[in-house]
Design a protein around this ligand. Structure first.
Ligand code: ADP
Ligand code: MG
Length: 224
């Protein structure tokens, strides 16, 4: 499914406190794309990803998944659409602290009253090196393991597209490298579209298409 981001802007506040977080950003994401987005802190990266993934509303413009305008419909439908089509990986992992790794991973299925496919869960957790950690609570896991559990959660409903907002930003370089390697492997193996925000030029260069965002203005870095 192709995703068309059409001329979106996001404006916070008004008058003196007005912030233009995104300024007429457009891009088309094709199936299987691996896209990286770099930009300084405060440049609008998270705002863009949140709007493209339906976590937030644009002030102007639209986001189409195929023919579906994701910001134009019932909230309930959008939530279900997001859970089924989109996986989101946050910098801060966002695992629920009182649930085990396994419970966190399968949460999107429970919300949709879907059964757990044990075989797929096992495949995912083994690709992510989590088989022996599933009964642990998040605080009993290392940062890298927590992020890997968050990746499994993002993939459990078999979404077509994965968005990752600085997924290695809270990790040391060794576990960050591991997380990236696994994410890239899974993307290839399972044929997912991946859009990743990063500060790390090495990670940005792994992508097939590279974008930068400065003061809310998005542009594609031409292939060299
Ligand atoms: P990045 O992820 O690139 O660091 P963000 O997308 O988080 O940047 O933020 C872009 C700009 O929008 C920043 O100036 C930020 O302060 C502002 N901003 C983000 N969220 C809000 C909000 N909820 N209310 C007001 N301003 C916000
Ligand atoms: Mg951000």
């Amino acid at each position: 499914m192709e995703i068309q981001v059409k001329d979106i802007s996001k404006i916070y506040g008004s008058n003196e406190s007005k912030v233009i977080a995104l300024n007429h950003a457009s891009l088309t994401i094709s199936e299987g794309d691996f896209i990286s987005i770099m930009g300084p802190s405060g440049s609008g990266k998270s705002t863009l990803l949140h709007i493209v993934s339906g976590l937030d509303q644009p002030s102007m413009g639209s986001v189409l998944y195929g023919d579906t305008d994701i910001h134009n419909g019932e909230d309930k439908k959008l939530s279900a659409f997001r859970r089924q089509k989109i996986g989101f990986i946050f910098q801060q992992f966002n695992l629920l602290p009182v649930l085990t790794a396994r419970e966190n991973i399968i949460m999107p299925l429970l919300l949709d009253k879907k059964k757990v496919e044990e075989e797929y869960l096992q495949e995912l957790t083994s690709l992510l090196g989590l088989e022996k950690r599933l009964s642990h609570l998040p605080h009993e896991l290392s940062g890298g393991q927590q992020q890997r559990a968050a990746i499994a959660r993002a993939l459990i409903a078999k979404p077509d597209i994965i968005f990752a907002d600085e997924p290695t930003g809270n990790l040391d370089s060794k576990s960050g490298g591991e997380v990236m390697r696994m994410l890239c492997d899974i993307r290839k193996k399972m044929n997912k579209t991946l859009v990743i925000i990063t500060h790390d030029p090495h990670i940005a260069e792994m992508a097939d298409r590279r974008f930068t965002i400065i003061d809310g203005e998005l542009s594609e870095v031409s292939a060299q």
